[in-house]
Design a protein around this ligand. Structure first.
Ligand code: PEP
Ligand code: MG
Length: 888
């Protein structure tokens, strides 16, 4: 510390786009626009640090903050020639603005500075009493709700009832007198609810409004949004205090939202909406259905032209698609916000690719415009174009993709059922930020109301959830829990399908088809391949999966698990025979039956992967997994005894029960599995090695080429285990090759999935041609948790309570398990320079984990076939230093 007081306040002229951490996205971009000469209302920003320091002090403002605000305000008053609360009244907007944008999640207060003392002066100045009273009622409503916590529907109900009494539909049809009456009613509502008057001093209101915005950082919905978007909780929000400009000053005033490209598809076209004689909240909240931006050309031609030019300038300046809020006050355009627009994955890819073609971005910059995790959206099933069904209704195609699920009408229910793994579609009149937890867990969102920039649409696009908005033919009855479309009535639990790309809604579950990699995706993956260093393989154990993986760009198989081959119904009898065998001969006979089946599987896989390496892992699970459970078998014996059935059957059941009991273990995950099993029954790995060699030779014979054979020993803890297993495998391989009179290169390596293996990796490396880190088991054994027991139990509580940042089975525990990988990699390579190192746990498909594996200099990752494109992309981002991009 320098001893100097922290600087909390910044005039807009002091800031710039690169001060986002201090000023938040909105403040930084407003300052930048001012620097660029784009018309923005004047103002100042209270920094994120002020919010953070206030939160740290339990809600107490730091010393001097209020004095600083007042000084900044005085300067603003001087610049504008207006005074807060004076007879030449300065009206303010007080808006949140975090480092990473969180649309609609935090609070805003507009029209601050209006009071009984100033409303007449404002009316006289504007020569428009209606506008002044409209602003006043808006202020009371927003301030009461956001700052004082009055339930907002109390004001809405009064507004609706007044409109009904006057026989009008739109707020804009209310007269000045109506609005005056509403102001009085709103004051009554606040008084009744709070048991006191609202503060009437605008300075006091300003202090409380800033404080409310600070507090809105910590609302449940903001927390949920941050968690869903990996935004840290300790960043705080800035507060932008700006002179109001008014879109509600009559027919030459308007407010709107626009994107420089289509955020659903990425198409380079005008996309936006506006409302004449309205304030910003009316558009975003979806309260009045706004008009498409193109219509503004007729209504406000000059402002329109200026807006279109500004959109072009801003996009060129930021080299990214912009999401813009604007207001036109009596024909004059003002920009209230610009930020990098939230977009779907498809749009992100198209925009990135187009911008490279337009010469705006380099390929490397383009790669940094796409979040790797977001690509997951494109790898989900889509609606089959050939379905030929008739939709029951149509809304706006607000966010593309297919959602099939049961109708639910409540965000809490959507959240609960979605979390339990059920497919639900959230149906709402319109969504509000408080529905965020339900939106996250739903397959998709259908709303009756609101436009393409409504809350539901913006949030759904940001998350890649399908959304159909503004389907105004639907009627929702939340108390009866029904959705009516014409004369069809859907009850909670009925299944519908949304097509977010066309806006169609179907009253049934439509067939979905596997995803396709479109041209934009393929082009960008091609660029990623040029940049990345890590190899990407797939985990696959059938020929079909292997072929899919290859099609998606896998450079081989990093993990072919062999246990599924043992579990298939037609194989289980032979496998049980092997397990039940009394002696080696009987076991050998059973294994002879299994060998050709294994060989057939390997042939399919090697054919699909010819020319590429395939790592086959020898049998891993404990033998009891191939037998009935102890409980089931005991019950069967008991039943046969009681019913006095066939004696032969009872005998067989008893023998099996005896074996089940012998193999029963208290902690099978830590029991006789992996190479431990193979050490007890070396005939099993020997049989597998023979099947592998025979398959490789058969494929070479048939196809002229075979896969690169790598045999992997699981769950090694001691160098001696690998030494022994390597010998078993090599002997079997040598015998097979000799009897076939052929040659084949076979490498033998090991999984590193136990902490001991990491620590003694130098000893193990002496017997290994390669290591593959099994980060699933390494997470279980490294942290000491059983995945099956933990994920449904304490682990989710740990994540919810932020004891740990995320589920360590999904994203690697960097410090702990990551540290073990580092030790294993370093020791392994110290003993054997150039030792090939891979990862085949599920983390191999997780972008954040891939970033760590890049840092540790591993050679490749291996993940499920459908994550291969994400891994290819994430590996490139890891090279480019793929930091999360601030889009606010
Ligand atoms: C691992 O442990 O990471 C691994 C890939 O093996 P499995 O998931 O089959 O135990
Ligand atoms: Mg494992």
């Amino acid at each position: 510390m320098t001893g100097e007081a922290a600087k909390y306040l910044y005039d807009m002229s002091e800031g710039s786009a690169d001060m986002r951490t201090i000023l938040g996205g909105k403040g930084a971009n407003l300052a930048e626009m001012k620097r660029l000469g784009i018309p923005v209302p004047d103002g100042f920003t209270v920094s994120t640090a002020a919010c953070v320091d206030t939160m740290r002090a339990g809600g107490e403002w730091p010393d001097g903050l209020w004095e600083d605000v007042q000084t900044s305000l005085e300067r603003l008053e001087e610049r504008t020639g207006r005074t807060l609360g004076g007879q030449n009244p300065l009206l303010l907007s007080v808006r949140s603005g975090a480092v990473f944008s969180m649309p609609g999640m935090m609070d805003t207060i507009l029209n601050l500075g209006i009071s009984d003392d100033t409303v007449e002066a404002l009316a006289a100045q504007a020569e428009n009493p209606r506008f002044a009273w409209d602003s006043y009622r808006r202020f009371l409503q927003m301030y009461g709700d956001v700052v004082e916590g009055v339930p907002p529907h109390l004001y809405e109900d009064e507004l609706t009832s007044l409109k009904a009494r006057r026989g009008v539909e739109q707020d804009t049809e209310l007269s000045t007198e109506d609005l005056q009456e509403l102001v009085a009613t709103f004051k009554d509502v606040s008084r009744r609810e709070l048991g006191r008057e609202l503060p009437t001093d605008p300075h006091e209101q300003l202090r409380r409004a800033i404080d409310a915005v600070f507090r809105s950082w910590d609302t449940p919905r903001a927390r949920v949004y941050r968690k869903a978007n990996d935004i840290p909780d300790d960043l705080g929000t800035a507060v932008n205090v700006m002179q109001m400009v008014f879109g509600n000053r009559g027919e030459t005033s308007a407010t709107g939202v626009c994107f420089t490209r289509n955020p659903s598809t990425g198409e380079h076209e005008l996309y936006g909406e506006f409302l004449v004689n309205a304030q910003g909240e009316d558009v975003v909240a979806g309260i009045r259905t706004p008009r498409p931006l193109t219509e503004m050309e007729q209504v406000l031609p000059q402002a329109y032209e200026q807006l279109v030019q500004t959109m072009r300038d801003l996009e060129a300046h930021y080299k990214d698609m912009q999401d813009i809020e604007f207001t036109v006050e009596e024909g004059t355009l003002y920009l209230l916000q610009t930020r990098n627009g939230k977009r779907t994955a498809a749009a992100a890819l198209k925009v990135a690719r187009d911008m490279v073609e337009e010469g705006v971005l380099t390929r490397e910059e383009a790669l940094q415009r796409v979040e790797p995790g977001q690509l997951d959206q494109l790898l989900h099933p889509a609606i089959d174009a050939e379905h030929g069904r008739t939709p029951v209704t149509k809304g706006l195609p607000a966010s593309p993709g297919a959602a099939v699920g049961e109708v639910v009408f409540d965000a809490d229910i959507a959240a609960r059922r979605g979390e339990a793994g059920e497919a639900v579609v959230l149906v709402r009149y319109e969504t509000t930020p408080d529905d965020i937890h339900g939106v996250i867990q739903a397959q998709g969102v259908l709303t009756a109301h609101g436009g393409m920039t409504s809350h539901a649409a913006v949030v759904a696009r940001g998350m890649g959830k399908p959304c159909v908005a503004g389907a105004n033919a639907i009627r929702i009855n939340t108390s009866e829990r029904t959705l009516s479309i014409g004369d069809r009535v859907f009850h909670e639990g009925d299944v519908i399908t949304l097509d977010g790309s066309t806006g169609h809604v179907y009253g049934e579950a439509l067939e979905l088809v596997p995803p396709q990699i479109n041209e934009d995706f393929a082009a960008i993956l091609g660029w990623a391949d040029e940049v990345r260093r890590l190899g990407v393989r797939a985990n696959a154990d059938t020929g079909e999966d292997a072929a899919k993986a290859r099609e998606l760009g896998a450079a081989g198989i990093g993990l072919c698990r062999t246990e599924h081959m043992f579990m298939a119904a037609d194989r289980l009898p032979a496998v049980r025979e092997m397990i039940l065998a009394d002696d080696e001969d009987a076991r050998a006979q059973a294994l002879e039956k299994i060998l050709p089946m294994q060989q057939e599987d390997f042939e399919a896989i090697f054919t699909a992967m010819k020319g590429l390496p395939v790592t086959v892992r020898l049998l891993d699970p404990p033998l009891h997994e191939f037998l009935p459970s102890l409980v089931d078998q005991s019950l069967l014996v008991q039943r046969l005894e009681l019913t006095g059935g066939d004696a032969g059957e009872l005998d067989r059941a008893k023998v099996l029960l005896g074996q089940v009991k012998r193999l029963h273990e208290l902690n099978p995950m830590l029991g006789t599995r992996g190479c431990r099993l193979a050490m007890l029954y070396p005939e099993i790995p020997a049989m597998q090695a023979r099947a592998i060699v025979r398959a490789a030779l058969a494929v070479r014979e048939r196809e002229g080429e075979t896969a690169g054979v790598e045999i992997m020993i699981p769950l090694v803890a001691y160098a001696a285990e690998l030494q022994s297993q390597r010998r078993v495998v090599e002997e079997a391989v040598a015998e097979e090759l000799e009897s076939a009179g052929a040659e084949l290169e076979v490498s033998v390596g090991t999984m590193i999935e136990l902490p001991r293996a990491c620590v003694v990796a130098d000893q193990i490396a002496e017997h290994a041609d390669f290591f593959s880190f099994g980060t699933n088991d390494l997470t279980q054994t490294g942290i000491g948790i059983s995945r099956d027991d933990a994920e449904g139990g304490f682990l989710s509580a740990y994540v919810a309570e932020e004891v740990i940042p995320s589920n360590p089975f999904e994203s690697i525990d960097r410090d702990g398990v990551g540290g073990l990988v580092q030790i294993g990699a370093e020791k392994g390579r110290a003993a054997k320079p150039g030792l090939k190192l891979g990862v085949c746990g599920e983390h191999g498909g997780d972008p954040a984990s891939i970033a760590l594996f890049e840092e540790l200099g591993l050679d490749y990752v291996s993940c499920s076939p459908f994550r291969v494109p994400i891994a290819r992309f994430a590996a490139a981002r890891a090279v480019l230093g793929g930091q999360k991009r601030a889009d606010g």
